[in-house]
Write a new protein. Sequence first.
Length: 80
Amino acid sequence: MKQLFFALSAAAMLATPALAQSCGDNLKAFDAALAAAEIEPDAKAQLQDMRAQAADLCAAGNEEEANDVLSEANAMLGDQ
């Protein structure tokens, strides 16, 4: 039982950097899309706020929530 616990713990530690990198990659992709978009200043400010929220979530280790916020922001950006 202890071996299983340690094996799962090791797998979780190895997977964590990959998740964080994914979060960072998603932020970079959103930054590029936002920079290329021609949108109204009010909409841009809202999207920048959402990006900041996602960055805070990434830093706190909440990658899934951060990616959800970025997905919503990307959808809004696509509607512009």
